[in-house]
Design a protein around this ligand. Structure first.
Ligand SMILES: [Zn+2]
Length: 353
């Protein structure tokens, strides 16, 4: 039986999975999707590929990345403090003073605090300056490097900021890793919705790895799937918050899924944008065109695979992505599932294939 939406979002966002260490999200997702698929495979890099065969070999690839931005422990001080470097695109100003979860060699999750010198001991001229990541350290409560090693932490141990999933009122949730576990959850829900459909296309849901360090998993996933049509799903930038003028808000919450127009990795293909918009209009699903901003999605890698793939990107607006915790609206999430499900049902005809 399918999980309710809150439990689904809790399960996928609480999973520990910075880029290159996606085992835990892959295991929880695999358990949820295995009953819905004709075939499930995991490739060398760790992409989870879930196939539902249709009436033709025309192949539709739906993509969401499992990895989240995180950290790697890169040095252990004699006194037991840990130094670290980012995995993926962090804003160094917002890292200090958060709690961290570090995965030890035996699979234990060890908590620590990202420490900073107290303001009392900073020189006056340094008080207004942001900390640099190389000046930060983690305190796991150890008194020596030997104690750190005994607990299974070494150079190379992965970490994420610790934020358990929470519901905020009736309509919003707060969690780490909504970029892109929101997309993973949309894809799980889409597989559930299509369970009894006899599709015109062969449908492959690709839960990919290492997006946050350069769309690495999506490239090899697309090469082997060899799709005719592809959509990348994201939890994308919602900037409908105080201090950001409307023209600089890529998306706003409550207006439904966004259709990507242009980013650093792809110029939206007009045929795909029209097909997505007409699907939403016919099915009565709210949507918004995403105001172009830097950044990108897995579609940036997928559309350049082999001889090129007709690609698009659809996203659920999330506030505070690439930060310790993000906020998403549940109706935006449900409307993203509806748009993607209706679009897959209409393929390949809706894109003129
Ligand atoms: Zn993402």
């Amino acid at each position: 039986m399918a999980m309710d939406t809150i439990e689904l979002l809790r399960t996928v966002t609480d999973a520990f999975g910075p880029s290159g260490f996606e085992d835990e999200p892959r295991d929880v997702i695999r358990a949820l999707v295995e009953p819905l698929a004709d075939e499930v495979t995991v490739d060398t890099l760790g992409n989870l590929l879930v196939t539902k065969r249709g009436k033709s070999d025309t192949t539709f690839m739906l993509d969401a990345h499992m990895d989240e931005i995180g950290f790697m422990i890169t040095w252990i001080e004699e006194g037991g403090f840990l130094r670290f470097q980012p995995i993926g695109g962090w804003d160094a100003r917002i890292i200090p003073s958060h709690a961290l979860t570090i995965l030890s060699d035996d699979g234990t999750k060890i908590k620590g605090a990202i420490g900073t010198p107290p303001p009392h001991v900073l020189r006056p001229e340094d008080r207004d300056k942001p900390f640099k990541i190389e000046d930060l350290f983690v305190d796991i409560g150890a008194d020596s490097a030997d104690e750190v090693h005994a607990r299974g932490i070494r150079i190379g141990s992965p970490a994420v900021i610790a934020y358990p999933f929470e519901q905020l009122g009736d309509q919003r949730v707060m969690a780490k890793a909504l970029d892109d576990r929101a997309g993973c959850a949309v894809m799980i829900r889409t597989l559930e919705a299509l369970q009894n459909d006899d599709l015109d296309v062969t449908f492959v849901a690709a839960f990919t790895v290492q997006e946050e360090v350069g769309l690495r998993g999506a490239g090899t996933a697309a090469w082997q799937i060899d799709p005719d049509i592809a959509i990348a799903l994201e939890g994308t930038i919602a900037a409908d918050v105080p201090g950001v003028p409307a023209p600089r808000q890529p998306t706003r919450q409550g207006l439904g899924p966004s259709i990507r127009i242009m980013d650093s990795g792809m110029i939206g293909m007009p045929k795909m944008i029209r097909a997505l918009a007409s699907t939403a209009e016919e099915a009565g699903i709210p949507f918004q065109y995403q105001v172009p901003a830097p950044g990108g999605t897995d579609a940036g890698a997928i559309h350049r695979t082999r001889a090129g793939v007709l690609s698009g990107a659809v996203s659920t607006p999330c506030r505070y992505i690439h930060a310790p915790c993000s906020v998403m609206r549940l109706d935006d999430f449900e409307n993203t599932v509806r748009l993607v499900t209706e679009f897959v049902r209409r393929c390949p005809g809706v894109v003129g294939m």
